[in-house]
Design a protein around this ligand. Structure first.
Ligand code: SAH
Ligand code: SF4
Length: 398
């Protein structure tokens, strides 16, 4: 075999340490015959100090560094563009393997800075009002690509090192994709975000948003304890079937039960589920919808986040009027709910919620998209099976 081919093969087989959870990092070092504490050292270098060159890892011997360079790497997706909006919003356009691009958005709000992270390229769930859904599904992001978005944003704000400023205080899994359909990579990445030796973001400040993949939500509580947001958008199954097609498989009652179980299972079980409700002009924004919603959620500990629909070119839906939004909010408040309105941010850079798909390139027909969704959901059980760290390392090395 020629030297070139051998080199190419060893390059392909390198383990990308970027996305390894603590458990997998330990397994990786043990597979090299090294002690566990090496895993902690490397996790800290990557995610606390922002170092992705083995030569800069000064507490690791030269011999081990050389060995690591042979078998491992720290590979990040490439930033294609960074846009800063007048209101402080920062959007990254990030290239991932295979030529596609994803978006990550940072939204400052006083003391708080929220990073909106993507979990998939496109999405198979095809919600009728969502630009990402209109793109169809391309693929799951790897854990390295998910946590890589946090790394890239943190680096851009100088948020690494001993005296790191706290700019990114919150993370929401509300970018492109359905996080629960990319279960293990999302869980591993969220656990890195919260880890003391990594980004050290409080579990009360990491939120997973889902449109309702119930079996995965049931599993989530076993592995993590982040905050939960449910994309409800309708107060009854008939309307929700239209807006959020996965509702046909997992209807509202099932979803709310699962969300309640998740919240009650948390160690600090006084947390509330955030209910996301995108208000679409004339579709789900009428006062009777608000009353029905208030009735529906009566026994669930929730706070409600109203999101004005963001129009985009492939959608005929209309914006909600200010009046309708105010009335909707008032009905919920009078019924005793905390109901906030999510203000649209970063409009001038196209970073507002739902515009993440940008230029839509895959306009597959709706029936095909429904089949794609069903196929992905059918594979769910297989995807939920836990992998041992060793299997996972083999998997990331592929
Ligand atoms: N797939 C997950 C997370 C990503 S979508 C989910 O659906 O929860 C994040 C949020 O953006 C969801 O609540 C979604 O309903 C909302 N959203 C999508 N398109 C939108 C649009 N055009 N206008 C306003 N909100 C939108
Ligand atoms: Fe997917 Fe969420 Fe968009 Fe629905 S709203 S298509 S689940 S990204």
């Amino acid at each position: 075999m020629s030297v070139e081919i051998q080199n190419a093969q060893s390059a392909i087989a390198k383990v990308n340490l970027m996305g390894l959870s603590e458990e997998k990092m330990v397994a990786f070092f043990e597979s090299l015959g090294e002690k566990r504490f090496r895993a902690t050292q490397v996790l800290k270098w990557i995610h606390q100090m922002g170092v992705i060159d083995f030569d800069d890892m000064s507490n690791i011997s030269k011999a081990l560094r050389a060995r690591l360079k042979d078998v491992a790497e720290m590979r990040l997706p490439e930033v294609l563009e960074q846009h800063d909006s007048a209101d402080g919003t920062r959007k990254f356009l990030i290239k991932v393997d295979g030529g596609s691009a994803i978006e990550t958005v940072f939204i400052p709000d006083g003391e708080r800075g929220t990073l909106c992270v993507s979990s998939q390229i496109g999405c198979s769930l095809d919600c009728s009002f969502c630009a990402t859904g209109k793109q169809g599904f391309n693929r799951d992001l790897t854990a390295a690509e998910i946590i890589g978005q946090v790394w890239i944003a943190a680096k851009s704000f100088g948020q690494f090192g001993e005296k790191r400023p706290r700019i990114i205080t919150n993370v929401v899994m509300m970018g492109m994709g359905e996080p629960l359909l990319n279960f293990h990579n999302v869980v591993d990445s969220m656990n890195l975000m919260m880890h003391d030796n990594c980004y050290c973001i409080s579990k009360r400040r990491v939120t997973l948003s889902t449109s309702g993949v119930v079996p995965a939500l049931d599993k989530l509580g076993e592995l993590t304890d982040v905050c939960l947001a449910i994309s409800l958008h309708a107060p009854n199954d008939e309307l929700r079937n239209e807006l959020v097609p996965i509702n046909k498989k997992y209807p509202i009652a099932m979803l709310l039960d699962s969300a309640q179980r998740y919240i009650e299972g948390l160690p600090d079980n006084h947390r509330k589920v955030t209910i996301e409700y995108t208000l679409i002009g004339g579709v789900n924004d009428r006062p009777h919808h608000a009353h029905e919603l208030a009735e529906l959620l009566r026994d669930v500990p929730v706070k409600i986040n109203l999101i004005p629909f963001n129009p985009f070119s492939l959608s005929d839906y209309k914006r909600v009027s200010n009046n309708a939004m105010r009335t909707f909010q008032e009905i919920l408040t009078k019924a005793g709910y905390i109901a906030t309105v999510r203000t649209t941010r970063g409009d001038d850079i196209d970073a507002a919620c739902g515009q993440l798909a940008g230029a839509v390139n895959d306009r597959t027909r709706r029936a095909e998209r429904y089949r794609a969704m069903s196929a992905q959901v059918d594979k769910l059980e297989e995807n939920l099976l836990a992998r041992t760290p060793e299997e996972a390392i083999k998997f990331v090395a592929q």
